[in-house]
Design a protein around this ligand. Structure first.
Ligand code: G3P
Length: 218
C-alpha cells in the first residue's frame, strides 16, 4: 500500500519524505487555504514546490464545478509537472471531465466519494484514483471502512485498474484497516502516520536494553 500525506504544509511534507516512506501528496482547497496559499500564481508555485520535494503523485484540485472550467483548470495543472494528478469532485460535470481527461492521458483523482456507486462511476470514467472519505463517514455514524471493503471487492470482481485512495484518515487504526480492507493508497495527516511508530512496550523495552547495556559497560 502506498503512503500519501494529506497536507499542503511543506515542512510536514519534507518530514514525511525524510522517513523514506512517502509515495505522494494530496491537497484540497481547504488545506491550501490553511497554509495561506491564495491566488493562481501562488497556488501553481506551491504545487511545484511540493513536486520538487516528493518523487510521487501530487493531487491538485480544481475549483471550477462546470465541465469547461474543470477542463481548463485541469489542463493547466497537469501541464505544471508530470507528477500532478488532477483532483476532480464527484459531481455530474466532474465525471464528464474525468472521462475527457482519461481520453487525453491526464491522470485524475475523483474526490468526495461516499458510496460504492460513486466509486463505480468514477472507475468507469477512467479515474486513476477514487478517494473515499473514511473519517467523514465515521463522523455521521456510517462505517468508513465498510466502504473501503465494498469498493475493493467491487473493483477486483470487475477488474478496474482505478486505485482506492483512502482519504479523510483520522488515526493510525484507519491506516492499518485501510491496508487490511484493500486500499491501494492511504492519504493521511502527519500525526496519524507518526502514531504508527508508537507502542509503550517498544519504549519500555528500549529503555531496559539501554539501561542493561549501561550497567554492563560501566
Ligand atoms: O483530502 C481530503 C480529506 O482527506 C479530508 O479529510 O479530515 O477533512 O475529513 P478530513
Amino acid at each position: 500500500m502506498k503512503f500519501f500525506i494529506d497536507t499542503a504544509n511543506l515542512a510536514q511534507i519534507k518530514e514525511a519524505n525524510d522517513l523514506g516512506i512517502l509515495d505522494g501528496v494530496t491537497t484540497n482547497p481547504s488545506l491550501m487555504a490553511k497554509e495561506g496559499i491564495v491566488g493562481e500564481a501562488a497556488v501553481m508555485q506551491h504545487y511545484l514546490d511540493i513536486c520538487n520535494i516528493v518523487n510521487g503523485d501530487v493531487s491538485a484540485e480544481v475549483i471550477a464545478t462546470d465541465f469547461e472550467g474543470m477542463v481548463a483548470e485541469g489542463e493547466k495543472l497537469a501541464a505544471l509537472h508530470e507528477n500532478i494528478v488532477v483532483k476532480v469532485p464527484m459531481i455530474k460535470d466532474g465525471i464528464k471531465a474525468i472521462s475527457y481527461f482519461t481520453s487525453k492521458g491526464i491522470r485524475t483523482n475523483c474526490t468526495l466519494i461516499f458510496s460504492a456507486g460513486q466509486a463505480l462511476l468514477a472507475a468507469k470514467a477512467g479515474a486513476t484514483y477514487v478517494s473515499p472519505f473514511v473519517g467523514r463517514l465515521d463522523d455521521i455514524s456510517y462505517d468508513g471502512m465498510e466502504l473501503i471493503a465494498q469498493i475493493s471487492q467491487l473493483f477486483s470482481i470487475q477488474g478496474y485498474q482505478t486505485q482506492i485512495l483512502a482519504a479523510s484518515i483520522r488515526n493510525p487504526v484507519h491506516i492499518v484497516k485501510s491496508a487490511q480492507f484493500g486500499a491501494h493508497v492511504i492519504t493521511s495527516p502527519l500525526p496519524s502516520i507518526l502514531a504508527l511508530l508508537k507502542h509503550p512496550l517498544t519504549d519500555s523495552g528500549l529503555a531496559q536494553f539501554l539501561a542493561d547495556h549501561k550497567k554492563a559497560n560501566s
